[in-house]
Design a protein around this ligand. Structure first.
Ligand SMILES: *Cc1c(COP(=O)(O)O)cnc(C)c1O
Length: 465
């Protein structure tokens, strides 16, 4: 029985001569299509021998199956999605969206040559580390600045440069873990620095730091507790006191501020995130922060501080391993230039704009989306509800931003099925389930994506019938 089935499998030549094959290879390189066909026929033969397949598919059926597999192979795995979660700096969804100015700057250096490492004035070799330096100095008042691949890299580089083989004193309440298994104690070990934790989880005093200072102290470190807050019976050493202690004993002080805040959100009642220029003014020798959190720039780690520390870092061979590419530098510089003027930052940087968008404006967009969905999706109950958006990215963990969502209640499938269908569309929509409804938080849905969102939800309901 299997042998006679095996003989009925269409010959490769006749598949390659079929009309279906011709249209398949017009959309996909033939070499890939042929590889997929060979694999497909091999697995078909195995299925027949092992009794899993009891009738032989037609040429058209084979070509269709190969077409689907080949299309999946040549489709990029990294793709655009619609973020309907309401989490603005969503680390799993790519953190910050770039300002148009940043994208244009990246395009220019991507499609043309640039002075990445060329000094145009002198006509000699220049340094890529010079590019964001002047705008960072202007924004923060720092003597010098250095951009590396990300803030985790910056933390490593600072510890390795300033404290290899030496002790780094840090409060027990600040031994943080950021998502993706980045833990201060582990990075410290890898950097060759020795962790000297002082105080307790909830209370640390300047005397704790002072008592720990010894001959082998290399650095006093402060880490922003980005993604949590310690409340209640607590005591934290103010930055000014740490800095003064460092100066008294001639030990450098370093603050890992995490998010990279330049825009003052105080009008929103938001507090607790350190503003970069203010922190540096308190006298830290080095401050580091991320590019793609509240700054709203590409992924980067930014180090600012005194010339001495930064020169030593630039000479560290690890700096070469952590160096940013020209796209990062171009996008970061353009974003920093927008930060020179708060109004330009508020209107031009998507991360800032989304945090600031007024609830009434979000509600108006939600009503527009809901009214289209009511027309296009008769199988869904559509309502408008109040929700809370989050900043995300371990920034402002306490702050809830009042927002508006479109809630969907499917009548023809379960809520979990709808959520999965939306996720698996060619343009995936990522949403959350709350109280038996699928919630689309409109704050993180771009105005220009509203049409695509309606089309996506409509498609999810149509192939649900
Ligand atoms: C996010 C964060 C980091 C890691 O920064 P990346 O840019 O994600 O590498 C380090 N320290 C603190 C305090 C952070 O919040």
């Amino acid at each position: 029985m299997p042998n006679s089935l095996l003989r009925q499998i269409p010959k490769v030549d006749s598949i390659l001569e079929s009309a279906g094959w011709a249209s398949l290879v017009s959309a996909c390189p033939e070499s890939i299509a042929k590889d997929v066909l060979r694999e497909h026929l091999d697995s078909l033969r195995l299925d027949i021998r092992e009794g899993r397949v009891v009738s032989v598919p037609s040429i058209d059926e084979i070509v269709t199956a190969v077409g689907i597999k080949a299309a999946a192979l040549i489709e990029p795995g990294l793709k655009r999605v619609i973020n309907a979660t309401g989490v603005i700096i969503h680390t799993n969804l790519g953190r910050s969206l770039l300002a148009r100015r940043a994208v244009n700057a990246i395009m220019r250096v991507a499609t043309g040559y640039s002075n990445l490492e060329y000094d145009i004035g002198k006509g000699v070799r220049g340094s890529r580390y010079d590019h964001c330096r002047s705008v960072l100095r202007r924004l923060t008042g720092a003597e010098d600045a250095l951009v590396v691949n990300n803030n985790a890299g910056a933390v490593f580089l600072i510890l390795n440069t300033l404290a290899e083989g030496k002790e780094v004193i840090i409060s027990r309440g600040e031994l943080i873990e950021i998502g993706g298994s980045f833990r201060i104690p582990d990075v410290m070990k890898k950097s060759g620095a020795v962790l000297r934790e002082v105080g307790t989880t909830n209370r640390t005093y300047i005397e704790d730091f002072e008592r720990a200072i010894g001959d082998n102290t290399g650095l006093i470190m402060k880490a922003h507790t980005s993604n949590y807050r310690i409340r209640g019976f607590t005591h934290e050493v103010p930055s000014e006191k740490l800095v003064a202690l460092g100066k008294r004993y001639n030990i450098p002080t370093y603050y890992d501020t995490g998010s990279g805040l330049f825009y003052n959100f105080e009008g929103l009642g938001a507090s607790g995130e350190p503003l970069i220029p203010e922190e540096l003014k308190k006298g830290f020798d080095v401050v580091s922060f991320s590019g793609d959190k509240l700054l709203g720039a590409p992924q980067a780690g930014i180090v600012i501080g005194g010339e001495g520390c930064l020169e030593a870092m630039k000479k560290n061979p690890m700096t070469r391993a952590l160096r940013p590419d020209k796209f990062t530098l171009a996008g970061l510089e353009a974003t920093l230039l927008l930060c020179l003027d708060p109004d330009s930052a508020a209107s031009g940087i998507p991360t800032i704009r989304m945090i600031l968008e007024d609830k009434g404006a979000v509600a108006k967009r939600a009503r527009r989306i809901a009214s289209q969905l009511r027309k296009e999706c008769p199988d869904a109950g559509v309502s408008i509800i109040d929700v809370d958006s989050e900043v995300g990215g371990g920034s402002f963990p306490d702050m809830v931003i009042p927002s508006v969502g479109v809630a969907l209640e499917p009548r023809t499938m379960t809520i979990a099925t709808l959520e999965a269908k939306l996720r698996r569309l060619p343009l995936p929509v990522i949403a959350r389930i709350e109280r038996e409804r699928l919630i689309l938080d409109v704050r993180t849905v771009l105005t220009e994506d509203e049409g695509d969102l309606v089309a996506a939800v409509t498609a999810a309901f149509e192939n649900g019938r």
